[in-house]
Design a protein around this ligand. Structure first.
Ligand code: SF4
Length: 298
């Protein structure tokens, strides 16, 4: 049973807009995340080994958001709200609590633009509200011409294989189902793209799998594909490095020596690998005509 907590603030103003995710604000209606991805960057002792056990519902979040957005709207401080940066907006419990849906109602009321990032098919329920936001949001001045609409939807994938996903993101909607939801958002005219963050070294960044990823997303007519490689942190039990290495030991023992060598003293893959990764992603982006950013840098 998830805990219920009260919060003082739910709308977080970022110091500056991130060039990848375009966030002027972030909103997380839940704390922690039942999708439980082993590689998740929020991992660490704060949330424990199983993120689902530390899941909390911010029970007054909708009221707090309304107050904060009303104040920002009065001052005309419009900006893109990323939903969500440290959880998924469409966790299993969203069906019951509907905090994301109620947050979108408030966002639509105050006419803020949104960028929804998800690994869930649950977003399909809210396409009606996202359509209203898409058509009526007030964009910050510098994005009025460059973006020209109020809703961005990014589906996050680290693989297209349901089997690999079961190991590394056990609580998330399986990629095959996620892909069908992505097709639905494209079909309904939403500005839709993909975050490949992270691709898993030697598992989902092989030549064959990359070709499958890019050709699949191209065929789906997404607007962008943003790839990044794996970063792992920490050496204690709940840390992403410990959990990913344990999964590699169990499911991919032939890769263990390499993963241990690369991540023993570093949070990242070695320089030569990252340079080759960047080159490969640029080549694939050009070949499939899929930009690696939502918007070209201005
Ligand atoms: S869905 Fe995102 S926030 Fe949730 S566990 Fe996975 S990576 Fe972390």
């Amino acid at each position: 049973m998830p805990k219920e907590i009260e919060v003082k603030s739910v709308l977080n103003k970022t110091k500056r807009r991130d060039p990848w995710f375009l966030d002027d604000y972030t909103v997380n209606m839940y704390s922690s995340c039942s999708f439980n991805c082993l590689y998740c960057y929020i991992r660490g002792s704060k949330y424990g080994t199983n993120l689902e056990n530390s899941l909390s519902i911010k029970k007054n979040a909708v009221q707090v958001l309304e107050k904060q957005l009303a104040s920002r709207a009065r001052k005309k401080q419009y900006g893109i709200i990323v939903l969500s940066s440290a959880t998924d907006p469409y966790l299993q419990i969203e069906e019951k609590y509907q905090l994301t849906r109620r947050a979108l109602e408030v966002i639509a009321k105050y006419r803020f633009p949104v960028h929804v990032i998800t690994k869930s098919s649950g977003i399909a329920r809210d396409l009606d509200l996202l359509k209203i936001i898409d058509e009526t949001a007030i964009l910050p001045e510098d994005l009025q011409k460059r973006l020209g609409r109020g809703t961005i939807v990014s589906f996050s994938f680290s693989t297209l294989s349901d089997e690999v996903s079961k190991v590394f993101e056990p609580g998330a909607t399986r990629p095959s189902v996620r892909l069908e939801t992505l097709k639905q958002t494209v079909k309904q005219g939403f500005f839709t793209g993909v975050s490949l963050m992270p691709l898993l070294p030697f598992i989902s960044d092989t030549k064959e799998h990359l070709n499958l990823l890019f050709s699949t997303f191209k065929a789906c007519e997404v607007k962008y594909v943003m790839p990044a490689t794996l970063t792992l942190f920490g050496h204690t039990k709940p840390d992403s490095r410990t959990l990913v290495l344990a999964a590699i030991r169990k499911h991919y023992p032939h890769l263990l020596e390499r993963y241990e060598r690369y991540f023993r003293a570093s949070t990242e893959m070695p320089d030569y690998y990252r340079r080759a990764f960047q080159r490969k992603m640029q080549e694939l982006g050009q070949e499939f005509e899929l930009p690696n950013r939502i918007l070209k840098p201005s």
